[in-house]
Design a protein around this ligand. Structure first.
Ligand SMILES: [Zn+2]
Ligand SMILES: [Zn+2]
Length: 259
């Protein structure tokens, strides 16, 4: 069964999705689903912390959803990768029975990529170079994650006319990311949120092709849905891309790859 391996329910501070609604949609689509709730430990420092805390309480999480866990629903986490969160990430992952752990860059040097402040005074080239360098370093520093989440996260919010990643321009920094992914046995996610856009697909293609050429075999496919309407979105595009590049879609159960 194909799994939507990246979703957020009301346990995450930026989502109100109910688990039952998510499961209903997954059942209708004939897919499995993995909840991957936010844990961004460094967000404590953020000026936006009062509105959103992004601190997963594992006790609350497992007591709320353990009874729903089964063939179609697995319980994971998405940890934010920052230099100040390495120990906290390591600890929450070691101490709790997650099925799957996504590691994601959401912030760099204390700035949330979601907000315009991060991009002030930076050219697109600088913003993306810093992003990929932080990503490569954080994969090395968090080798216990299973998956690198949304490599194109910055393209969602970057305030440039062309928001897409230019693989040729950033090939050194991106290759360093992919090398560290492979050296730490991490799997690349193909995030489907932006795949309705052919330009995004074309820009992502050389990155995943390079991943395959360097020895990558697996990808996870995740919508990053925060509402039930987005579960499984653009999966056809993602599955076609995977097939085209000979990458095997997988997910993780009990921290092990399932095909
Ligand atoms: Zn994320
Ligand atoms: Zn997410």
């Amino acid at each position: 069964m194909i799994f939507d391996a990246h979703t957020h329910t009301e346990i995450s501070s930026d989502s109100e999705m109910k688990a039952a609604d998510a499961l209903n949609v997954a059942e209708k689509l004939g897919i499995g689903i993995i909840f991957t709730e936010h844990f961004d430990f460094d967000y404590r420092q953020s000026v936006h912390f009062k509105d959103m805390d992004f601190l997963l309480d594992p006790k609350e999480y497992f007591s709320k959803y353990e009874s729903l866990r089964g063939d179609r629903l697995l319980l994971g986490i998405e940890v934010g990768l920052t230099s100040g969160s390495i120990e906290a990430n390591k600890q929450i992952v070691a101490e709790n029975p997650f099925d799957q752990v996504i590691g994601s860059i959401h912030a760099i040097d204390g700035y949330d990529i979601y907000y315009p402040e991060y991009y002030e005074g930076k050219s697109k080239d600088e913003a993306f170079t810093d992003y990929f360098q932080a990503m490569a370093a954080m994969i090395k520093a968090n080798p216990f994650i299973d998956i690198l989440g949304h490599i194109d996260y910055m393209c969602r919010y970057a305030p440039y006319d062309n928001k897409e990643i230019d693989y040729n321009l950033h090939h050194e920094a991106i290759d360093a990311v992919l090398r560290n992914v492979l050296e730490t046995d991490t799997v690349m996610e193909l995030n489907t949120r932006r795949l309705y856009d052919r330009t995004a697909v074309e820009a992502l293609m050389p990155i995943y092709k390079r991943y395959r050429d360097m020895g990558g075999r697996y990808i996870t496919i995740g919508s990053d849905a925060h509402t039930e309407e987005n579960i499984g979105m653009n999966f056809k595009v993602a599955l076609d891309l995977a097939e085209h590049l000979n990458l095997q879609p997988v997910h993780f159960k009990n921290r092990k790859i399932e095909i």
